[in-house]
Design a protein. Structure first.
Length: 362
């Protein structure tokens, strides 16, 4: 039995992807800096955004907006010529309808729950009530988007109950209020899942302790995919990072003692043909190995009586696995997978995406 699939396919699962800039890796996709994962377009094709979409697609009954027949005219995508190039969710398979009148459509889904994934909008937004088979399921859904949050086009999840004995459901969006309103439907599925990306660039492990509630704690994840330590290498001694990791893991298990964690060991910064550059922003493989060894040691001993954090008590699983990203890429020609000294280019993103999916069994 795949432990990851058990978590990712359970009803109402909470998934979080976070870490430093490698956790969203906007390099090769945006030239200008994006300090937070949520500043990027929602369908940027970096490894972690694609993993998120792959997790959504584990719902075998999911139907994308572009495959739904609506009673109102519309267009595939977000129907906004000024939108960011990665604004349309689910790799562009969303659909936007003109919503001056009530919007209706039908979906063939057999479940006691319908999971709606709308998108917010920075313009032509509105509020509406959601009806399923004639019954009010959610009211006053607000699609107003924040330009600082996924360029204004964030995924807006809504969960609704339905009759599990009925396989075809009529969906109605009523009481629509807004100026020239449009509604963007990303997908409708049978299993609600909450997936968030909160990575921030140029940060060490300590940042995620000091900003724990904002970046991790408030989500209380069932599954956490995290990559850290690339910045620790240049700013923090290995033993300081050891203490920080112990404190961070204690905080994570404090908010959810059953959290499953997949920790990614970051790649090295070595330039095989230019060993003299193993200083400053370039670091040697030996340096990377020292920090990666500390991470392995912390994870291997976490929860043992002599290594237990004083803030933790009770029955905790300490369920942490490792994916050594550092082992995925060869050393001599880093330009084949690396954008700069550490970040991934598009090929590197593809390799990491496939490796994470293989690890998760998705």
């Amino acid at each position: 039995m795949n432990h990851y699939l058990d978590i990712l396919q359970k009803p109402n699962a909470k998934v979080l992807i976070t870490g430093d800039s490698l956790s969203y890796n906007r390099y090769s996709y945006y030239e200008e800096p994006h300090m937070n994962a949520y500043e990027c377009g929602v369908s940027m094709p970096s490894w972690s955004f694609r993993v998120r979409d792959k997790i959504y697609a584990l719902d075998s009954q999911i139907i994308f907006g572009s495959d739904i027949s609506f009673n109102q005219s519309g267009a595939v995508g977000v129907d906004d010529p000024d939108a960011d190039k990665y604004a349309a969710a689910f790799d562009g398979k969303c659909y936007t309808v003109s919503a001056k009148d009530d919007v209706s459509f039908e979906v063939n889904i057999k479940s006691d729950t319908l999971a709606f994934y709308f998108q917010t909008r920075p313009a032509n937004y509105c509020t509406f009530d959601l009806f399923v088979d004639g019954e009010l399921a959610a009211e006053n859904i607000d699609t107003k988007g924040d330009a600082e949050f996924f360029k204004g086009y964030a995924i807006l999840p809504v969960k609704a109950r339905c009759n599990e004995d009925v396989s075809r459901h009529k969906i109605e969006l009523r009481n629509i209020k807004g100026e020239n309103p449009k509604i963007t439907v990303g997908a409708v599925g049978a299993k609600y899942i909450d997936i968030n990306l909160t990575g921030r660039g140029s940060q060490t492990t300590r940042f995620f302790i000091d900003n724990f509630d904002e970046r991790i704690g408030r989500f209380a994840p069932d599954f956490l995919l995290i990559i850290l330590s690339a910045n620790d290498r240049g700013h923090v001694a290995p033993e300081v990072m050891r203490k920080d990791l112990l404190e961070l893991f204690a905080k994570i298990f404090k908010v959810n003692k059953d959290c499953k964690i997949l920790f990614l060991l970051p790649p090295h910064s070595h330039f095989g043909s230019k060993p003299h550059m193993d200083s400053g922003i370039y670091s040697s493989i030996d340096t990377a190995n020292v920090y990666n060894t500390v991470i392995r040691d912390v994870i291997a001993n976490l929860g043992k009586a002599w290594y237990k954090h004083p803030d933790l008590d009770g029955d905790i699983n300490y369920d942490i696995d490792i994916l050594a990203v550092c082992d995925l890429f060869e050393t001599e020609n880093p330009s084949e997978w690396r954008f700069d000294n550490i970040h991934l280019n598009q090929n590197g993103n593809n390799v990491l995406f496939e490796a994470v999916c293989d690890k998760l069994g998705i």
